[in-house]
Design a protein around this ligand. Structure first.
Ligand code: 5AD
Ligand code: SF4
Length: 474
């Protein structure tokens, strides 16, 4: 048993990061553990978690498990959890209630918890005490050990907790079962060293560790050969890519090399304004296959709050960067993240955030009420607002954000734009996909266009999506 430790998770040393390049092999004895058994996996949180789930699925299928989308039919239930805000916690514990119920009638079901919540000391303590029927807890650094943990749990019939609070290594060659045949997630780095005062990620995901660029390029080249049209380069703070490798190779070099693989579309998330330099902007502007879409979290428009958040930029610097990106990258769309109700946020501070939204007129924004995360500095700062005040601020902010989202979308009416039609739409007889600027478009059309980048004429726009039809020229 290895338990998480908040104290250890905070540590950052100069220890060299190990790149583990061995072939990933599930021992023969474990290959049939899942024979005639089904797994069900529920994923919460960000794209990083979604991609981890793709790894977990491949590992389980290598052990002969098959996937079911019906939890009631499963022999193994996994919850890949998120820790970013309190409501993610609530969702997970709510879900556990349903699993417990199932286990009462089918006691042999194995229940496993992984992801960011598994890295939290307090969560694991609660599971040990109050959720003794949970069979397995494994952390974000232990994903590759899943076959061994599962075997141990089945053999020993006791709760297995395998969570390391280490700074982390880089494991190459972990198998992957991708959800899509057209777009793929590609990790370029793990962890984060920014330690924004509200954020739990540096504790749950460990030290910043970049993958070697040759490994990333190899992965993208294989995806191109396999017919993939789009890659999204993933990291908590992708602009800082390479800084930990101590070689002269940065995010702009990586973007350029990925562009040269010839893949049709390249995206990347998430950017921190601090590391977004001119070279990166120039490379994005230069290559047509790097999409003109940037997610650039603002968090707050008040310099006082930005400082308390440890964000390392002022609102003036943010706006300057925003304008530079808009100027140099033709037709770029920019989205953002904003937190309201950070400890000490006054009405003036909040109004400054609204001012920045009025200046930047973002294409869209993810907005959140501050949620104290145990162990982070901001969790100990004094809350000065009632829930009602926070909800009111969120409501006002959303109204403004939505107004600009719709205004921006209206500029697309009647235009013809390329869309990668990646899946069936919720609307019957329609496909859905995204423009290069990351606008969701529903297109009433034949499924023969699935997986293709097609010119679409935009016929209607809403706040969150657009409708379109195939342009006649196709
Ligand atoms: N409370 C509220 N929002 C948070 N985020 C991160 N941590 C917190 C928190 N403790 C938001 C930030 C980040 C996004 C992924 O989640 O806006 O950019
Ligand atoms: Fe969290 Fe992003 Fe800040 Fe890292 S840069 S601490 S992931 S908000």
């Amino acid at each position: 048993m290895n338990l998480p430790s908040l104290k250890e998770a905070k540590v950052r040393t100069n220890k060299e990061i190990k790149i583990i390049n061995n072939d990933y092999i599930v021992p023969k004895s474990m290959k049939t553990i899942g024979k005639d058994k089904k797994y069900y996996i529920k994923t919460y949180g960000c794209q990083m978690n979604v991609h981890d789930t793709e790894n977990i699925k491949a590992i389980l299928e290598d052990m002969s498990f098959t996937e079911t989308l019906d939890m009631g039919d499963a022999d193994l239930i996994l919850l890949n959890t998120c820790a970013i805000r309190e409501n993610a916690h609530n969702k997970m514990f709510g879900f556990l209630g349903r699993v417990k119920h199932l286990k009462e009638s089918k006691p042999n079901i194995i229940c496993a918890i992984c992801g960011c919540m598994a890295q939290e000391e307090s969560v694991v303590n609660a599971i040990k005490l109050k959720y003794k029927w949970v069979d397995i807890v494994f952390g974000t650094h232990n994903l590759h050990k899943l076959p061994f943990i599962l075997e141990e749990s089945l053999k020993e019939k006791r709760q297995e907790i395998e969570v390391f609070s280490i700074e982390g290594d880089v494991y190459e060659n972990i198998p992957v079962k991708r959800d899509s045949k057209y777009k793929a997630w590609v990790n370029i780095m793990y962890g984060c060293d920014k330690f924004c005062t509200y954020c739990i990620v540096p504790y749950t995901r460990g030290k910043q560790r970049s993958r070697l660029h040759k490994d990333i390029i190899n992965e993208v080249e294989t995806l191109v050969k396999d017919g993939y049209k789009e890659v999204t380069l993933l990291g908590q703070n992708v602009n800082a890519y390479g800084k930990d490798l101590k070689i002269d190779y940065t995010m702009s070099n990586l973007l350029e090399d990925v562009a040269k693989t010839g893949i049709d579309r390249i995206r990347f998330v998430t950017s921190h304004p601090w590391d977004f330099n001119d070279e990166m902007i120039d490379v994005i502007a230069k290559y047509k296959n790097i999409m003109p879409y940037i997610h650039l979290p603002l968090q707050s428009g008040s310099n006082r709050i930005l400082k308390l958040m440890g964000r390392r930029y002022t609102k003036e610097e943010y706006i300057k960067l925003f304008n530079k990106i808009k100027e140099k990258i033709k037709g770029v769309s920019i989205t953002t993240d904003i937190i309201v109700g950070f400890p000490g946020e006054t009405l003036e501070d909040f109004n400054e955030t609204l001012d920045v939204v009025n200046t930047c007129k973002f294409d869209s924004a993810f907005t959140f009420i501050f949620s104290p995360r145990e162990g982070t500095p901001a969790a100990n700062m004094k809350n000065n607002l009632t829930d009602e005040e926070k909800n009111n601020r969120l409501y006002m902010l959303n109204e403004l954000v939505n107004k600009y989202a719709l205004e921006n979308n209206k500029k697309y009416l009647g235009k013809v734009v390329p869309v990668l039609l990646e899946d069936f739409s919720e609307k019957e007889g329609s496909l859905m996909g995204y423009t290069d600027t990351m606008k969701l478009v529903n297109v009433e059309t034949d499924k023969k266009y699935l997986g293709k980048i097609v010119d679409i004429k935009i016929t209607d726009v809403k706040t969150w999506s657009m409708d379109g039809k195939i342009d006649k020229k196709v």
